[in-house]
Design a protein around this ligand. Structure first.
Ligand code: GTP
Length: 284
């Protein structure tokens, strides 16, 4: 993800998404199941308010299943339709069509009553960078990579990808920015790899991650790094991990960058198991 979201870019991205919205019946909003609020665009509700929407909690395979359930209840209580998804393996994909039909039922019934022949549901995938948009499009389109071609009268050359007989997807997703000006959101996005480590300080990201693990998954932290007790202070915690994993500089000093890289790499490759970085009811 190399995009820097300057105000001009934000306005352009928003304009592009608004243009795409005119073409479709339903929005599939992809969020990261590990941080479903931090991985949403702060203005998304306002931007897509004109269209029905399904929230897809993607990368659910990497999230804590208990907490994913809480998120599903959370969205349900808000009257929003949400599904857990693993776009990489395809788990959850087959739920998308039935839910889309349910969400669009009124509209589809109305058209049917008018005698309009049903056509494919047109959908747009939308989400922040790295949330899995391309993976989902490729997955959905796998048997039907043939594109239906440009539609006349559409100025921007949009291509449609058929998903079975009943869905057509815009082949370019809508990309919107996350709420990264909030520091805590930034750390969560960095830990999950949604934004590059170079945007925030590597050691700061790791301090956030270790404190998070200490509070939420202490047993996993102990087990992974062979700790009998978790030191209360962050520096001794770094030092213990560094000692156990040999993240030392010549002369026996702890190499904090190397320790940070190790911890973040292990979190991202699920060495500490499936983790969720926020749960409903917490402030973000
Ligand atoms: N474990 C897991 N990984 C996923 C899933 N979906 C996507 N990924 C991985 O997440 C990374 C980003 O996926 P992309 O499909 O490129 O994301 P994108 O939203 O298109 O990204 P941009 O092009 O930056 O906007 C890739 O390494 C994918 O393999 C999922 O459900 N589970």
């Amino acid at each position: 993800m190399a995009i820097q979201w300057f105000p001009g870019h934000m306005a352009k991205a928003r304009r592009q998404v608004t243009e795409k919205l005119k073409l479709i019946d339903i929005v599939y909003e992809l969020v990261d199941a590990r941080l479903p609020l931090s991985s949403r665009n702060p203005m998304i509700d306002e931007i897509v308010s004109v269209k029905p929407r399904i929230i897809l909690l993607n990368k659910a395979d990497m999230a804590d299943p208990r907490i994913t359930k809480e998120w599903l209840s959370y969205f349900k209580e808000k009257g929003m339709h949400a599904l857990p998804l693993d776009a990489q393996s395809g788990k959850g994909l087959k739920e998308i069509l039935p839910l889309s039909k349910l969400v669009l039922k009124e509209k589809l019934d109305r058209l049917e009553a008018k005698g309009v022949r049903p056509r494919a549901i047109r959908a747009l995938i939308i989400g922040i960078p790295n949330v899995g948009k391309s993976t989902l499009i490729n997955r959905l389109a796998k048997k039907n990579m043939a594109k239906t071609g440009d539609r006349p009268g559409v100025t921007t050359a949009q291509q449609w990808v058929k998903v079975g007989k009943e869905i057509e997807l815009l082949d370019t997703p809508g990309i919107l920015w996350p709420k990264f000006e909030d520091q805590l959101v930034g750390y969560k996005l960095a830990v999950t790899g949604a934004i590059k480590d170079t945007i925030l300080n590597l050691q700061d990201i790791t301090v956030y991650a270790l404190n998070f693990l200490r509070e939420n998954y202490p047993e996993r932290l102990k087990e992974r790094y062979g700790l009998e007790e978790i030191p209360e202070e962050i520096v001794p915690l770094f030092d213990e991990i560094a000692n156990r994993r040999g993240c030392m500089m010549s002369g026996g000093m702890v190499d904090y960058d190397k320790t940070s890289e190790l911890v973040l790499r292990e979190i991202r490759s699920e060495k500490l198991g499936a983790l969720s970085f926020e749960r409903p009811g917490e402030e973000i």
